[in-house]
Design a protein around this ligand. Structure first.
Ligand code: NOJ
Length: 530
């Protein structure tokens, strides 16, 4: 029986997403790999994060950053071997770091033996492991469902003379989650990695596992106009977030619960008001449905306070929050809000109640890297170009130092690096006032002060362009004030306390009385005198 009053590790943790292909290359082929990642663990320890989540490292034709998997239980040679993986688990654990893997249950690669079998004949034992349908009366696709990556989600197969369904690329056929054998096989995949010591999963596309069995057509999206990417011009009512998908998530959670201390996070598309369902009620579902509210909000005090409030309000009793400020599908936020405000975001992320997630490179303020057309890799951009959907700019390799290839590789990097002399890890490690130093300082403060992890959040009314709130725990209270504009602003708090850290990193551990003048783009954490 677990002691419920103690927080789980993933409630205290800071989680760091890594796309291994962009982190550190060890063999000069231009692709990051597991031995490279192993070489950088010291950095992760120095930074102070608690867990890493890796985008897929499984065997894959790599048409979609490894989200097209041809063998769920093998490491792709691009990344190394299963022995490298075991070494990674062991080394991480020896350093008290945890490992979360991406788990992609919705689809496989068309090169997976399951699909090869399924497509070979209607009589094959795996014939109904994927979603096969007869053509419509006119010979066309069975209905109007669209692939996220453009065009019909149905692909004609000459051998079976049927269509198969793919939420993403035609080379990523969707598994048939209505088939119990498929569900069992995927639960075994989870067990395979959990037995090897992983500490949990981030479940890819967890909201789309089951599609409407009546194949009802999706309605037009009333908000769509000419600027809306074509795949988003229909509302995915009958393909996304179906009731039966929740049962699948409950089953995955049950596997997680067979093991001690493991976590299940999940990508759940959709609006904040749907997020509560993904936690479950009597039957638990995800521990951490990923919350992108900080990326979706306008960066201004009123929308920010409203979006944060809406998210907390949407959480069911006992649910643990989380906050994500970057990811391999998300435009780098520093490019949107600018470097000075990226410091404010760091302070917000690391003081809000809930598990913080950020993406490798966010801690040095990486901005979208411009990718020349001939270097585009992302299938989203290749298939639905012209709508600003390219995800390559945020996937550009990590600049470790100021050299042209950033210390990432000695070969031709799989994606171009930006201007490494402008922003790199080495330079920011040397600079005690850099964004990286701020992340490190805030992570360490969060680790020291239980109020910042376990404490309750007390909202404060935003005024004067300042977003403010307090965290309280057993008689201690921390007040956070974040100036969201590039000019000084009066922060109207009353009382006295100790200024613990300023986002400018030029004052700390000094007595402070409210009200306070916050400088342009300044955020403060103040421990109130009790
Ligand atoms: C969501 C992943 O985050 C994204 O990168 C991928 O393209 C799709 N799922 C398909 O797996």
């Amino acid at each position: 029986m677990k002691r419920r009053h103690h927080k789980e590790w993933w409630q205290r943790a800071v989680i760091y997403e890594i796309a291994p292909i962009s982190f550190q290359d060890s063999n000069g082929d231009g692709n990051g790999d597991l031995p490279g990642l192993l070489r950088r663990l010291e950095y992760l320890e120095w930074l102070g994060i608690d867990a890493i989540w890796l985008t897929p490292i499984y065997r894959s034709p790599m048409l979609d950053l490894g989200y097209d998997i041809s063998d769920f239980c093998a490491v792709d040679p691009l990344f190394g071997t299963l022995e490298d993986f075991d070494r990674l688990v062991e080394t991480l654990h020896a350093r008290d770091l945890r490992l979360i893997l991406d788990f992609v249950p919705n689809h496989t690669s068309d090169k997976h033996t399951w699909f090869r079998g399924s497509r070979s004949s209607r009589k094959h034992p795996k014939s109904d492991w994927y979603i096969w349908e007869e053509p419509a009366a006119n010979g066309g696709p069975p209905n109007n469902w669209q692939s996220r990556f453009g065009g019909s989600a149905w692909e004609w197969d000459e051998v079976r003379e049927q269509y198969y369904y793919h939420s993403f690329l035609a080379q990523q056929p969707d598994l048939n989650w209505r088939n119990p054998a498929v569900r069992e096989a995927l639960r075994d995949v989870m067990r395979f990695w959990l037995r090897r010591g992983v500490d949990g999963f981030r479940v890819d596309a967890s909201a789309v596992l089951i599609k409407d069995d009546l194949l009802r057509d999706n309605p037009p999206n009333p908000k769509a106009d000419a600027r809306t990417p074509p795949p988003q011009r229909l509302e995915p009512v009958f393909t996304d977030d179906r009731r039966e998908t929740m049962d699948c998530i409950e089953e995955m959670r049950a596997v997680i619960d067979e093991f001690d201390d493991c976590v299940i996070c999940g990508e759940v598309q959709g609006k904040t008001d749907r997020i509560g369902h993904f936690y479950g009620n009597d039957k638990p579902r995800l521990h951490l449905p990923l919350n992108f509210a900080l990326l979706d909000t306008q960066w201004e005090p009123f929308p920010l306070q409203a979006n944060i409030d809406a998210y907390y309000k949407a959480l069911p009793e006992g649910a643990w929050p989380d906050w994500v400020i970057g990811g391999h599908d998300k435009r780098r936020v520093a490019g949107k809000i600018g470097q000075p405000q990226a410091r404010i975001l760091a302070m917000l992320l690391l003081t809000l109640k809930g598990t913080p997630f950020f993406f490798a490179g966010d801690e040095i303020g990486m901005e979208p890297v411009s990718i020349p057309p001939e270097r585009v890799c992302d299938p989203f951009e290749k298939l639905v170009g012209g709508f600003g959907l390219n995800r390559d700019p945020e996937r550009s390799p990590m600049p470790w130092d100021a050299s042209a290839l950033g210390g990432f590789t000695t070969g031709e990097p799989w994606l171009p690096l930006g201007d490494t002399s402008q922003r790199n890890v080495h330079q920011q490690m040397q600079d005690p006032k850099s964004l990286l130093s701020l992340y490190r300082e805030l992570i360490s403060l969060r680790r020291r002060e239980p109020a910042l992890t376990r404490g309750e959040l007390r909202p404060v009314r935003s005024r004067n362009d300042i977003f403010s709130f307090a965290r309280t725990f057993k008689g201690s209270e921390f007040l956070i004030g974040l100036n969201l504009v590039h000019e000084p602003r009066e922060w109207e708090w009353q009382g006295a306390g100790t200024l613990l850290v300023s986002t400018h990193l030029d004052r700390k551990e000094q007595p402070l009385k409210g009200p306070t003048l916050l400088r342009a783009d300044e955020g403060l954490i103040v421990e109130l005198a009790s």
